[in-house]
Design a protein around this ligand. Structure first.
Ligand SMILES: *[C@@H]1O[C@H](CO)[C@@H](O)[C@H](O)[C@H]1NC(C)=O
Ligand SMILES: *[C@@H]1O[C@H](CO)[C@@H](O)[C@H](O)[C@H]1NC(C)=O
Length: 370
């Protein structure tokens, strides 16, 4: 009796201590240029919020003067809303070839990598972030691949050392990476080094079929499956696991909180791949909802779309978001993240995603609780 009691206490202790590290990610990027006030974020739907973006300037990480005050209070404001929230400062972003070259140059030498790494840690600590998120879009050569591998290895060593010296919890380290070979060759990423040195990767599984790239027919911009072609969310995630060797537990699936608009050639022909005359760019989810078109769900491609007159929008609605989150969970991924949260409509997508995932605590603890 006594023995079995202490045995179950031991098992209980093991489960709790093991599972306390096994949280999932329900992530979202807050984009400073979106105009959403940090104090207006509904943090209840998220476990991790990314503050975008810090700048790469002369091989150092800095915050622009216009962002200084909102970035410095970001963590404090969100912790008041949800005490378990983790905040990460995201560095870089999808700002084109010149920023990509700055990353490539920085990563090419030990001295400039050190300058980048040291300044990133200092900026994170000075502004109370829990972690750092590298958003280099994109490494594009074999040399970039090697240098990115060195960068994350040296970065991991530096944040481990800094935690020992400062006595503070180790900073989290993540990276936003391309979501499909449609975006850039996934072969330009050093899978093993990323797996060994990053806490997790945000896989940007979106922008696969945009109205800029494919103006002539309507498209599902980020289809979970693509029976008609090569590229899909599933294709990208599967490559990260099977070809680049990432453990699924290190991957977060990207959800676009926006869609793309096409103009139909014939308003009566409004299916997927209907003829369109011109692309009309990216549109926020909330603006697509406000347009009030007829909403359709296509379960072959796992995408919603809507149309009204000649306006046609390919995007993710609550139904396709839930289907993607179910997929992420089924694949054993770490979770998901959204780009970017201001585009949501009354937190509908954030809530649908969070509900589809369920508990933030991983299966082990759930087993104990049940
Ligand atoms: C999805 O759209 C494609 C292309 O229009 C069509 O062939 C397919 O039947 C649709 N799937 C469903 C389930 O409606
Ligand atoms: C997507 O379209 C279907 C109708 O085909 C609809 O029932 C569903 O509510 C839509 N999904 C949303 C709003 O997520």
């Amino acid at each position: 009796m006594v023995e079995s009691k202490s045995l179950s206490l031991l098992i209980f202790t093991m489960l709790v201590s093991f599972s306390s590290a096994q949280t999932a990610i329900k992530g979202g990027y807050w984009y400073s240029e979106s105009g959403l006030k940090v104090s207006d974020i509904d943090a209840s739907h998220f476990t991790h919020l990314f503050c975008a973006f810090a700048i790469l300037d002369n091989n150092k990480v800095t915050i622009s003067s216009s962002d200084a005050s909102s970035f410095s209070t970001f963590t404090q404001i969100l912790l008041q809303k949800k005490s378990s929230i983790k905040t990460l400062l995201s560095i870089g972003g999808g700002k084109g070839p010149s920023l990509a070259k700055s990353f490539s140059d920085m990563a090419s030498q030990a001295s400039t990598r050190k300058s980048f790494i040291d300044s990133s840690i200092q900026v994170a600590r000075n502004n109370n972030f829990h972690g750092l998120d590298l958003d280099w879009e994109y490494p594009s050569t074999n040399t970039d691949k090697t240098n990115l591998g060195l960068l994350v290895k040296e970065w991991r060593a530096a944040i481990t050392q800094e935690s020992k010296t400062s006595g503070k919890p180790t900073l989290l380290l993540s990276a936003a990476v391309a979501g499909s070979d449609q975006i850039t060759s996934l072969q330009n990423y050093p899978g093993q080094e990323l797996a060994n040195n990053l806490d997790f990767l945000n896989v940007m599984t979106y922008d696969l079929f945009t109205s800029d790239g494919y103006p002539k027919v309507t498209q599902p911009p980020a289809p979970l499956k693509n029976p008609g072609g090569q590229f899909s969310v599933d294709e990208g995630i599967t490559k990260w696991i099977n070809q680049l060797g990432l453990p699924p537990k290190k991957l977060a699936l990207g959800l676009p909180f926006y869609g793309f608009k096409w103009l139909l050639s014939d308003p009566n022909k409004h299916a997927l791949f209907a003829q369109a005359t011109a692309g009309a760019g990216a549109v926020k989810y909330k603006d697509i909802k406000n347009a009030g078109g007829q909403v359709v769900y296509n379960s072959t491609y796992f995408t919603n779309y809507s149309y009204k007159g000649t306006d046609w929008y390919g995007y993710d609605d609550t139904q396709s978001v839930s289907a993607k989150v179910d997929y992420a969970k089924g694949k054993g991924l770490f979770g998901y993240f959204a780009w970017h949260i201001e585009q949501d409509s009354n937190w509908a997508l954030s809530q649908a995603a969070s509900q589809a995932w369920g508990s933030e605590i991983d299966g082990l603890q759930k087993v104990y609780r049940e």
